[in-house]
Structure formats: C-alpha cells, structure tokens
Design a binder for this molecule. Sequence first.
Ligand SMILES: [Zn+2]
Length: 237
Amino acid sequence: MKRRRVVLAAGAAAIVAGVLACGGPPSANAPRPALPVATTPAPPPATAQPPPAAAAVHLVAAGDLGASWHPGCPVPPENLRLVDVPYLGMDGKPHIGQLIVNQDRVEQTITAFNELFRLHFPIQRIQTPDHYPGAEDELSMEDNNTSAFNCRGIPGSSEWSQHALGRAIDINPLLNPSVYKTGRFEPTTAAQYLDRTRKDAGLLHDGDAAVRVFTDRGWTWGGHWADPNDYQHFELP
Ligand SMILES: [Zn+2]
C-alpha cells in the first residue's frame, strides 16, 4: 500500500521541520499535518562515507501495518509513524531501514539511529515486522531484524509491551537475545550468543557507546534488567 510521506529532511543529520507531500499532486485526501520534528544534528561519520539518503517520516494506515496491528491495540495507526533511518550494514555499507514508532518517539528514534551510524555500529537489517508471517516476533528475531512497533504483549504477562505502544526498539536481536532466569531465551536460535563475552560486531555490552546512545538520552536498556536480560531491547515509555 502506498505510504504518504509527510516529513522530509536532507541527510541523516536531519533537522526535520517541514511538511512536504511527495509522489504527485495533492489530492482531495491530502496528507494530514504531522507535528514538526527537530533532531539533534549529528556530525558526519569519521569516514567520508555520507549517510545513504534522507531521513523521512511517513503516516501509516492500518493496511500498512499488516499483522503487526489489529483492532484493540493500545495505539491507533494514526498515532504511529513509519520512519526511514540510516544504518551501517554488516557489509560495511550505508543502508536505509524502516521502523514504525509512536509519533511521540520519532525525534528520539532518528537521533539514536543517526548516532549509531556515526559510531559505525553495524546492524544486520531494519524492516517492519509485517515482513514476517503473522508479524511473528520470533521470526523477526531469528532474522536478526531490528524493529520497533509490534502490537504484542510482554511474554508471560497480560500487559502490553512497550513495543505495542511504539516506544521500544530491539537491536540485532539474534546477536542480542532476551535471556530468562529459567534458561529460556529468545530467539530460540541464539544459543551461541548467550556468551556475552563475545565481541562480534553488533553485540551490545554494558557501557558500550552504542548502548549509551540510548541510555544517555533517557532510554532504558533491557540488558540492565534482572529477568529477562533483554540485551536487544531499548524503551522510552
Ligand atoms: Zn524488545
């Protein structure tokens, strides 16, 4: 389904302040206004390699969200945004990924991914969970897919996860599993990454610059939790 681009800014070091309509002349069903967003400009990466493209924010409708949203979810589609973010791939090249977050976390999300890019922190892939059958989180995690919004509960609980509110992001989830005191872990294919002394690119450790990108800005890191140690998880409730 076509997504309407509502905010466009040049470069990953974006200051998003305008409202632009792209993809043709305005129609009677003009894009709804989006809140202006300002992000902290990031200095360019240490290399001459520029970010790959513009950071952009798009409105979404229920049809864009596939199985990741259903009636009864705590946030309606009109309060969510599809955000293009830059990232350095495991191939060492710049890419653009897409995350869905709450409209009130757009600015913080763009800032965080600009910073991760500046740090050359590698990410496998960033695509929305509707790319996986049933938007099943286990499949997304096994694919080491970085994602944010998904209307799902906290495992083993009747409460909504912050992912269901669009206020949590999981980074390289195969490399950074969620590990429970019982010994269970997610994704189920992550056994080799239970050893947190590993130094593979893309792993997150306490005190890493990539972790501080979030925690220095008020996000909570699941790696600091007692149960589970949710190494992939950052949330800003
Ligand atoms: Zn998470």
